[in-house]
Write a protein that binds this ligand. Structure first.
Ligand code: GLU
Length: 364
């Protein structure tokens, strides 16, 4: 399974305002079990600002944005250093990815981020993602890591998103104020009533609260990712959720499959140009469910960037499929008719063997 796991600041921080190293080590132990079982794991970890504050002994210090950005810069290094040491015990390599909304809103950067994370996951590396708070000015900020974790789950086509916090999940009322509050184990539809249960932000340290978690669940489930909100303070929580499929926390089943989600997304995009392909390529795409290779392309219409959605047509100009291209128009013109092993030689670089990968292709 491909799983994105999000740790809130309240997972990273201990009650006495120190870094919760024992808890993090315990989390890493569980992640190592999942990793050994073959699961692909990406982590979204908050806590940079908290750790930075701790590092600079500035616990009661300033709260303005530039100061927090400075703290994030300090804390991110220390936080990743802790993860590096802990994962190293289990001989697991980690990677750092710092992203902003600007990165994910731009097609080209989105695609590059997706390729990089995809490759890390396939190589068994655990990417640890956070918002790039240093450049995170208002306009390009995601703002909270709940939303970021849903965007990452969508980006890597995860099967499951687990958001760990200091509460057991979503309750029928605020459990800290109402003894009759009950944990909701499954939310099949996120209605206004559910959103109302979440209330506003409630956390002392992090940015999000239950409401950003519900929004994240909404975003993730709509793109085909099942989401679970659970407590990071629950014993063995990750192994129990991912490995054993235990019923912990609040589960939000996915609305559609992610193949379907990606296809809808491709169909919703405007087509930026066309690739005219030969009969062999048409057969490979339709009958054999293969990717589109440069060798099968006869001509290119339009001027489009790498990552654009284009229409694939046969030689009588009938639309065959639509997909996201790995190369810009100019490159495909240079590559058309050539074998994929010539890509590097012709362009001087390569983004893979296919013009459009099977996963990014929708047959019409
Ligand atoms: N990016 C922030 C940090 O690492 C956390 C944002 C959040 O709490 O959601 O400190």
């Amino acid at each position: 399974m491909r799983v994105v796991i999000k740790f809130g600041t309240n997972v990273v921080a201990a009650k006495n305002n120190t870094v919760a190293k024992t808890r993090l080590l315990e989390m890493v132990r569980q992640l190592a079990i999942l990793h050994a079982a073959g699961h692909q794991i990406a982590l979204v970890s908050s806590g940079a600002i908290f750790v930075g504050r701790h590092r600079l002994h500035s616990l009661s210090g300033r709260k303005d944005i530039p100061y927090k950005q400075m703290l994030a810069a300090v804390g991110q290094v220390k936080l990743l250093n802790i993860y590096e040491q802990f994962f190293d015990i289990y001989n697991i390599a980690i990677a750092q990815a710092l992203l902003t909304r600007g990165d994910l809103a731009d097609r080209k950067r989105y695609l590059n981020a997706r390729n990089t994370l995809d490759l890390l996951l396939k190589e068994g590396v655990i990417p640890i993602v956070n918002e790039n708070d240093v450049v995170g000015v208002e306009e390009i900020k995601i703002g909270d890591n709940d939303t970021l974790s849903a965007l990452i789950a969508n980006l890597v086509d995860a099967d499951l998103l687990v958001i760990l916090t200091d509460q057991a999940g979503l309750y029928t009322a605020d459990p800290r104020r109402n003894a009759a509050a009950e944990l909701i184990s499954e939310v099949s539809k996120i209605t206004d009533a559910i959103r109302a249960l979440a209330g506003g932000t409630d956390s002392e340290m992090g940015v999000g609260g239950m409401s950003t978690k519900i929004q994240a669940a909404e975003l993730a489930t709509r793109s085909g990712v099942e989401t679970i909100i659970a407590s990071g303070h629950e014993a063995n929580v990750l192994v129990r959720l991912v490995q054993r499929g235990e019923n912990l926390g609040t589960r939000f089943p996915a609305k559609i499959s992610h193949v379907e989600s990606r296809k809808r997304w491709i169909l919703a995009e405007a087509s930026r140009g066309s690739l005219i392909v030969d009969d062999g390529a048409v057969r490979a795409i339709i009958k054999q469910q293969k990717s589109l290779l440069p060798a099968g392309i006869v001509s290119v219409e339009g001027d489009f960037a790498r990552g654009s959605t284009v229409t694939v047509k046969n030689q009588t100009k009938q639309e065959i499929c639509r997909g996201t291209v790995n190369y810009k128009a100019q490159d495909i013109r240079a590559l058309q008719g050539h074998h994929s092993n010539k890509i590097e030689e012709i362009l001087g670089y390569n983004y893979g063997l296919t013009a459009i990968h099977r996963d990014n292709l929708v047959i019409l």
